[in-house]
Design a protein around this ligand. Structure first.
Ligand code: PDD
Length: 284
């Protein structure tokens, strides 16, 4: 039986009640996080929960729990659902109220919903690499907020899927920003390039882990944007996210990156990433 968290309590899926007046449903008015679980333990949970609070503050929403309580809810979901390798999905909307665009009365409480699922590591893509398709980034200018409003991301991902690719490489007038649900890195002559953590991208937790690993491995990093043409000329290319970890990109719009197979620096980063996963179960 899958246990969910909703409305202040742990509950069965069949007993979940979501209001038609939920502002998440009407407006995408809320924020969310995806936290990875390895070997039954939450990974970088504090960083995700801190970002959840930052996202909420940026949309002027107060989370009706302390960070330690959110952590406890996440831990409880892992335990109750026997999650070994998977993730927690956690979302908070501005609550349920008759449909008016402006914020509801302050007495309306934000709605916190969360669940946990088993989800294996995407080993195939991590091993062999994945193709991506470039898509114009038409999202709003606050991509630093992990908002529920993901229409721009959804449309970009769909366009990539229809072209036989697993991810969209977003660009604003030719300048690469990030993926539809991941961050993007290019590697040229031994240096790692990635878009700086501005309002135009989500500052991924995996992105931050990878930047830390580059430092540990003495791999130079430049947090500077690059163009789509420059992306195609990189020696190696990587996408990162909570669920994709460090995944090599082997082609952009059908053009192979480097020799078209995962490169040496990519592999080094993947190995270093795997080593710092808590309770990492090799081969799982
Ligand atoms: N997506 N950029 C965007 C637009 C994202 O949606 C995500 C994550 C990332 C990577 O962030 P992180 O490393 O913290 O997962 C970057 C999640 C996994 C999702 O929406 O499912």
């Amino acid at each position: 039986m899958t246990v969910y968290f909703s409305d202040g309590q742990f509950t069965k899926r069949e007993e979940l009640t979501i209001s038609i007046d939920d502002r998440g449903y009407y407006f995408g008015d809320g924020v969310y996080e995806v936290i990875k679980v390895y070997g039954g333990e939450l990974y970088t949970a504090k960083e995700h929960i801190d970002r959840l609070f930052q996202s909420a503050a940026k949309i002027k929403m107060t989370i009706p729990y302390a960070d330690v309580q959110i952590m406890e809810i996440a831990r409880e979901l892992v335990k109750a659902n026997n999650i070994l390798t998977g993730h927690i999905y956690l979302q908070i909307t501005r609550g349920s109220a008759p449909r008016l665009h402006q914020f509801p009365d302050p007495s309306v409480q934000p709605v916190v919903t969360a669940y946990a699922v088993n989800n294996p590591r995407p080993l195939e893509g991590m091993e062999n690499g994945v193709p991506v398709k470039s898509v114009e980034d038409v999202r709003w200018l606050r991509c630093d907020i992990k908002s529920l409003n993901l229409l721009g991301n959804v449309l970009a991902k769909q366009e990539a899927y229809e072209a036989g690719c697993v991810e969209a490489l977003l660009h604003r007038e030719g300048v690469v920003t990030e993926g539809s649900a991941s961050n993007m890195f290019g590697i040229k002559n031994g240096t790692v390039y990635t878009h700086p953590a501005t309002n135009l991208i989500l500052n991924g937790i995996t992105r931050q882990v990878v930047l830390g690993l580059c430092k540990d491995l003495c791999i130079p990093v430049v947090e500077q944007s690059f163009t789509l043409d420059e992306a195609c000329e990189m020696d190696e290319f990587i996408l990162t996210s909570t669920t994709s970890e460090v995944t090599p990109v082997i082609s952009i719009d059908g053009r192979p990156i480097g020799s078209g197979v995962p490169g040496i620096i990519t592999k080094k980063l993947q190995e270093a990433f795997a080593l710092q996963i808590p309770s990492f179960i090799a081969g799982e």
